[in-house]
Structure formats: structure tokens, C-alpha cells
Write a protein that binds this ligand. Structure first.
Ligand SMILES: [Zn+2]
Length: 189
């Protein structure tokens, strides 16, 4: 996203005057807002949450998509490492549930607690992700290509959310099959 060089308000591609301060955009060189460019859709919402966190000097805020769709939200926001870690936790939890014969209620309570943590920390994790990606990319790209590169590296990826769903189903199916196999005990009898 390109911003007004005078006041920093986002500049629409076809507008002649800034919506924020009224300056003719042809008179001030536009400046690139790397965070807005990288985040893309829903940038304003994230920006609001991050500013609220800063005011409270806290990393906690609330993100409904992160709470409800944890893994898929992470993949959609291209936080692939976070999504991989969460998928690993889901695997471990399934194995633990099977090995220790945890009650469904215990597993459900763990899942709810995990979802609440993701809901509370999602915005903060995403901010760290965005900041790090921009810092990694910026020195490696010529200035005239930075906007396009940041926009392509950031934004959202619905396909990744679908892949995450397929992986999760595959993991659950694999554990289900493994859990249904005869144990050593039943084989020896
Ligand atoms: Zn302006």
C-alpha cells in the first residue's frame, strides 16, 4: 500500500487528493507503508489491535478467527512455521490421548485451552511474523520492487488453509488407523 507523503494516510490508487489531509498526491512523493502492504486484507483491524496492545503494554488481545480456526487461520495468514508447530502439538496431543487413555472431556478441555491461548496471542504472533518477514525481505530487494515483493510475500493464502486441513485430516486418520491396530498384547494371546 502506498501512503500520502504528507500525512501518511493510505492513498487509493486512482485518487488525485489525499483523503487524510487533502494534499494533491501529485505534489508529494508517495511513501510505502511496508506493514500495510505486507498484511493486505484486514490491515486496519490488525493495526487497531496492535495499537491497543501498545497502549496497554500487553501482548494480549482477542482474535476470533485465530480462536475458532487456529491452525487454518495461521496457514491463511502465511504463518507456516506457527502452523507447523501447532500441527505438531495436535499430533502429540492425539498420541498422548491414545497412550494415556485420556477421557474425551480432558482432550476437549486441552483443545479449548489451546484455542483460547491462540485467540489471545494470535494478533501478537502475527505482528512478530509480519515484522520479521519485512525485516528479512527489505534488505534483499531493490526499492522499486519492494512494494510488489512485500505484497506477494504477505497477504493471505486460502490454498494453504486447505492444505493445513488436509494435513490435519491425514494426521487424525493415521492416528485412528494406528490406534485401531491390534496391540502387542492382543497379538500374543
Ligand atoms: Zn495526506
Amino acid at each position: 500500500m502506498v501512503c500520502c507523503g504528507n500525512c501518511g494516510a493510505p492513498a487509493l490508487p486512482d485518487s488525485a487528493f489525499c483523503r487524510g489531509c487533502g494534499t494533491a498526491l501529485s505534489l508529494v512523493p508517495p511513501v510505502l507503508d511496508p506493514v500495510a502492504t505486507f498484511v493486505g486484507p484486514n490491515y486496519a483491524t490488525y493495526q487497531r489491535k496492535w495499537e491497543a496492545c501498545d497502549r496497554r503494554s500487553s501482548t494480549y488481545s482477542w482474535n476470533w478467527p485465530a480462536f475458532l480456526f487456529g491452525l487454518f487461520w495461521m496457514a491463511y495468514r502465511k504463518m507456516y512455521m506457527n502452523a507447523g508447530i501447532l500441527l505438531g502439538i495436535a499430533c502429540l496431543e492425539s498420541v498422548a490421548t491414545y497412550l494415556f487413555h485420556l477421557a474425551d472431556a480432558a482432550a476437549n478441555a486441552m483443545n479449548l485451552a489451546l484455542a483460547v491461548v491462540i485467540g489471545l496471542q494470535g494478533n501478537h504472533w502475527y505482528r512478530k511474523h509480519v515484522t520479521k518477514r519485512i525485516a528479512d525481505i527489505t534488505p534483499t530487494v531493490p526499492v522499486d520492487r519492494l512494494q510488489g515483493t512485500l505484497a506477494a510475500a504477505g497477504g493471505t493464502n486460502a490454498g494453504a488453509a486447505i492444505i493445513a486441513f488436509v494435513l490435519l485430516v491425514a494426521v487424525i486418520a493415521a492416528l485412528y488407523v494406528a490406534g485401531g491396530l491390534p496391540t502387542g498384547e492382543t497379538i500374543s494371546t
